[in-house]
Design a protein around this ligand. Structure first.
Ligand code: FAD
Length: 339
């Protein structure tokens, strides 16, 4: 069955919901199609100890303040999931969960959105599919040789499964620092980073990222490290000390630049993400360097297509508080186009 609407928003995480909020305010007909069976986007899959790097009041989408979480200055991921579920309900956003968008085709006047549960024909599309489903691991020599466990940020859950192990925790962004800190006390942690880690001043939390006061450092790397309490504690006790990246993995661990070797049981790759854009391949928008050119949130070569979220690619930092402003601009442009 084919259904019609003005806008299909692909992805029902915070970016998709912020788009929905502003589209609704402008009286534009839309639907949100989200692959997750329940609201909350990527926050549903975060590791157990993850805390927001800002207090609740500074982590809100437009139109509803995130309530504080009892006993926590910076809420945990479950609190964010509950907030997003409540947000979707209160604003009566027409989100369909458990719907995976396979492809978007250009049918001339409309964009045809093919999903695993039917087809939509839309005049415009907002892609808000995030990065969590596209973890990035660099091509490091010896990766196949190393017999120990290798996992990305997206697979990390709890330090207890590494108890007593020698873990090499790669990555100098916020996830890298937080997971390395989480592991200290349970495992023997070595923390190699591509460049020396840059901490935001201890008094500064994630608000600095939203206000553009900190360099976000590329797609979803979340750049400068917010010294959240567990990171600060591990750093100050000397348990979290970065060292330059190893040169290769070996059959027993890692090899450092000076040729010395270190045994390891596991390697955690907190090495970032890429935008999840496979559903747009059929539109052939990728340019020479594999990037889709954009003007603000809009695809430079197709004004019917907008991108929201994806770190700072198409607007302000795609944090909870940052994405609302970018979503408002996108919704206004869509209104003008539809008119
Ligand atoms: P997502 O939450 O990933 O939502 C995208 C949705 O699209 C998902 O539900 C996904 O299933 C769906 N989807 C994907 N492909 C398809 C498809 N083909 N068809 C249908 N649906 C699809 N921000 C803050 O403000 N504060 C923080 O403290 C903070 N901490 C972070 C910590 C980590 C480790 C990371 C990685 C990010 C953090 N961020 C933080 C940044 C940002 O807020 C989150 O990354 C957030 O989840 C991004 O939301 P999103 O809506 O763009 O993407």
């Amino acid at each position: 069955m084919t259904q019609r609407t003005n806008v299909v928003v692909i992805g029902g995480g915070q970016a998709g919901l912020a788009a929905g909020y502003h589209l609704r305010r402008l009286g534009i007909e839309f639907v949100v199609l989200d692959a997750q069976p329940a609201p909350g986007g990527a926050w549903q899959h975060a590791w157990d100890s993850l805390r927001l790097f800002s207090p609740a009041a500074y982590s809100s989408l437009p139109g509803r303040l995130m309530p504080a979480q009892e006993g926590q200055t910076c809420p945990d991921a479950a609190h964010v999931v509950a907030y997003l579920a409540d947000y979707e309900k209160r604003h009566e956003l027409p989100a369909q969960h458990g719907v995976f968008v396979d492809t978007v085709h250009d049918d001339g006047m409309v964009l045809r959105v093919e999903t695993d549960s039917g087809t939509w024909r839309a005049r415009t599309v907002v892609s808000a599919t995030g990065t969590w489903t596209r973890p990035f691991v660099p091509a490091v020599e010896g990766r196949r040789e190393f017999p120990g466990r290798q996992l990305h940020t997206v697979q990390y859950k709890d330090p207890s499964e590494f108890a007593g192990q020698r873990v090499v925790g790669v990555g100098g962004g916020n996830p890298g620092a937080q997971i390395a800190a989480d592991l200290t006390g349970h495992a023997q942690v070595t923390w190699p980073t591509q460049r020396p880690p840059r901490y935001l001043h201890d008094d500064i939390d994630g608000r600095a990222l939203d206000e553009g006061r900190a360099d976000p450092g590329g797609v979803a790397s979340l750049g400068d490290i917010v010294a959240v309490p567990p990171v600060r504690a591990a750093r100050d006790t000397g348990l979290l000390a970065a060292r330059p990246m190893f040169t290769r993995l070996t059959a027993t661990g890692v090899e450092w630049a000076d040729g010395s070797r270190q045994d390891a049981d596991a390697v955690t790759w907190c090495t970032g993400f890429r935008p999840a854009l496979a559903h747009l391949a059929g539109l052939r928008l990728r340019g020479v360097r594999g990037h889709i050119a954009t003007v603000g949130t809009r695809a430079a070569d197709d004004p019917r297509l907008h991108f929201l979220g994806y770190d700072d690619w198409t607007g302000l930092a795609a944090t909870l508080i940052g994405v609302g402003r970018t979503a408002r601009e996108a919704a206004r442009e869509i209104r003008d186009l539809l008119a």
